[in-house]
Design a protein around this ligand. Structure first.
Ligand code: ADP
Ligand code: ADP
Length: 226
């Protein structure tokens, strides 16, 4: 459970590129917000600031009322799924899923229980002994999702997680992500340049352009016929 509040959030890169300018946005507990906009409009930068991978130039960013610059990335309790999800090639699916939990020092029985539950909800139960090289693209993407959900973070961040998949798989994974997000109720921020993907997934959409937020609303509000 988490809320995220951005006020006047801005990022200027060294060299003077204003990637994100004065963004005001509140992400409510359990909500799935999709940020949509053309390449270069600042989506990734915004996400990376929430993740703590990018410093903030101006404005404020609160996660559950705490200023993020006071929080180490590890303390933010965030899981991120990228388009270039890197699985550990020498590890089995089970060990890929278990990795983060082992690092947190959880007990073996606790790890086994959580990994099995995540594998179950992502239809990976039969594949736990395989290596990533023995999986299809869609199965690998599901393992990447599994790694995020197994940790039960308070916030999910998705950066174009489906853009390397073929069209058919993209549609089914989209539904999968929506179902999982509803089921888990984890506050989520999802970035894509694909408007259809954005409309299918979003509780609320944020349309960005040139580093600014142009519109915020539900898919119905933003895309209804005039
Ligand atoms: P998007 O995710 O919407 O494609 P980005 O957030 O990646 O947009 O980029 C926004 C703007 O910031 C672009 O003009 C991009 O070239 C620039 N930018 C992104 N990362 C850096 C960086 N590390 N250094 C300098 N400029 C960057
Ligand atoms: P995206 O798919 O998010 O648009 P990009 O291809 O724009 O990704 O950027 C990939 C990486 O390069 C990111 O880590 C981004 O921060 C960095 N980057 C993007 N634009 C620039 C830039 N103008 N200068 C330096 N780094 C950049």
């Amino acid at each position: 459970m988490a809320t995220v509040v951005m006020e006047g959030l801005s990022k200027t890169y060294r060299g003077g590129v204003d990637a994100v300018s004065g963004v005001d946005l509140e992400i409510r507990d359990g909500e799935l917000i999709v940020i949509v906009g053309p390449s270069g409009c600042g989506k990734s930068t915004l996400l990376r600031m929430v993740a703590g991978l990018e410093s903030i130039t101006a404005g404020s960013l609160l996660i559950d009322g705490q200023k993020v610059n006071r929080l180490e990335p590890a303390e933010r309790d965030i899981a991120m799924v990228f388009q270039n999800y890197a699985l550990y090639p020498h590890m089995t699916v089970f060990d890929n899923l278990a990795y983060g939990l082992k690092n947190r020092g959880e007990s073996r029985s606790e790890i086994r229980r959580k990994v099995r539950a995540a594998a179950e909800s992502l239809e990976l139960s039969e594949l736990l002994k395989r290596k990533p090289s023995e999986l299809s693209g869609g199965q690998r993407q599901r393992v990447a999702m599994g790694r995020a959900i197994v940790r039960q973070p308070k916030l999910f961040l998705f950066d174009e997680p489906l853009s390397n998949l073929d069209a058919k798989l993209r549609v089914s994974m989209r539904l999968e992500i929506k179902r999982l997000q509803r089921e888990l109720g984890t506050t989520s921020l999802y970035v894509t340049h694909d408007q259809v993907e954005a409309m299918t997934l979003a509780d609320r959409l944020v349309a960005m352009n040139g580093g600014r937020v142009e519109q915020v609303g539900t898919p119905m509000e933003l895309y209804r016929e005039p």
